[in-house]
Write a protein that binds this ligand. Structure first.
Ligand SMILES: [Zn+2]
Length: 267
């Protein structure tokens, strides 16, 4: 949560329950990230791992023909980070690691060293449409938050001045990534991106197959909540009926608002 400015629950009495559920969901998600390679959904994963866990995880993934290759040191942080923070001299660090078959992680390392984001995205299993979206808004326009751009690119989005009302299934809800809750690892190009929906379904199904049923149910429940995102002067406030938090976003001098609901809520 390195870019989180503050976080509060709608009902403080539920704090221990919510905290425990969130912690369990994030732990399950760490497992799902590498299991997605074992299940053949994608070739590589990119994860921040501390030194002790690298040893422990290496033994486990070895059984699946998977290896872990540290590619850079990063400052210690938690959950989603809009950008990588390099450690200052003397600062504690974790390793950013590529996970995958040995030839795939070698290819990943080469792509990383050559700043080949297209190949990196492909190895991580990100859809082509979303890689193109990422290239335009993240690389070329230097945005750190694509919430507004993915919202106005969505079929059926209702635009009104600086407001946008949009619908999408839980799988494309990445508006809560600041607290680590999401079902895909990339930034979808819009709230109805079919390739992203498929990947989200597959990742959650892997969670179920691995026995994380309770955690997957929790992730689905939270990602199905309506979300209100509003941003001004580089600060975004993201609110659901369960909690709200503030995080850094791109600068705008007028308030921008996105309201999102789950289009498959009554499934
Ligand atoms: Zn897409």
């Amino acid at each position: 949560m390195s870019h989180i400015i503050d976080f509060s629950l709608s009902c403080e009495r539920e704090h221990p329950y919510w905290k425990s559920q969130l912690t369990q969901a994030l732990l399950a998600w760490q497992e799902i990230e590498w299991l997605s390679i074992a299940y053949g959904l994608r070739r590589c994963a990119l994860a921040t791992i501390n030194v002790e866990r690298i040893k422990q995880l290496s033994c486990r993934v070895d059984n699946y023909g998977i290896s872990i290759l540290p590619i850079a040191k990063v400052a210690k942080g938690q959950s989603y980070q809009a950008s990588i923070k390099w450690p200052m001299p003397g600062e504690q660090y974790n390793y950013l690691c590529a996970i995958g078959a040995s030839n795939d992680v070698s290819e990943f390392k080469d792509a990383w060293e050559n700043n080949n984001n297209e190949l990196i995205g492909s190895l991580l299993g990100y859809p082509k449409c979303c890689r193109t979206f990422f290239k335009i808004f993240w690389e070329e326009n230097k945005l750190i938050d694509t919430t507004w751009q993915m919202s106005i690119a969505t079929d059926g989005a209702i635009l009104n001045n600086n407001g946008c009302v949009v619908k999408g299934p839980l799988e494309t809800n990445v508006m809560l990534r600041g607290v680590g809750l999401r079902s895909v690892l990339h930034l979808p190009c819009n709230h109805q991106c079919e390739k992203s929906i498929y990947i989200g379904e597959q990742l959650l199904a892997i969670g179920n197959r691995a026995g994380f049923n309770e955690q997957v149910d929790f992730i689905k429940r939270v990602l199905s909540l309506p979300v209100l995102w509003s941003a001004i002067d580089g600060i975004a406030e993201i609110e659901t009926s369960l909690f709200k938090f503030r995080t850094l976003t791109d600068h705008s001098s007028t308030r921008m608002v996105v309201k999102r609901t789950d289009s498959r809520k009554n499934r």
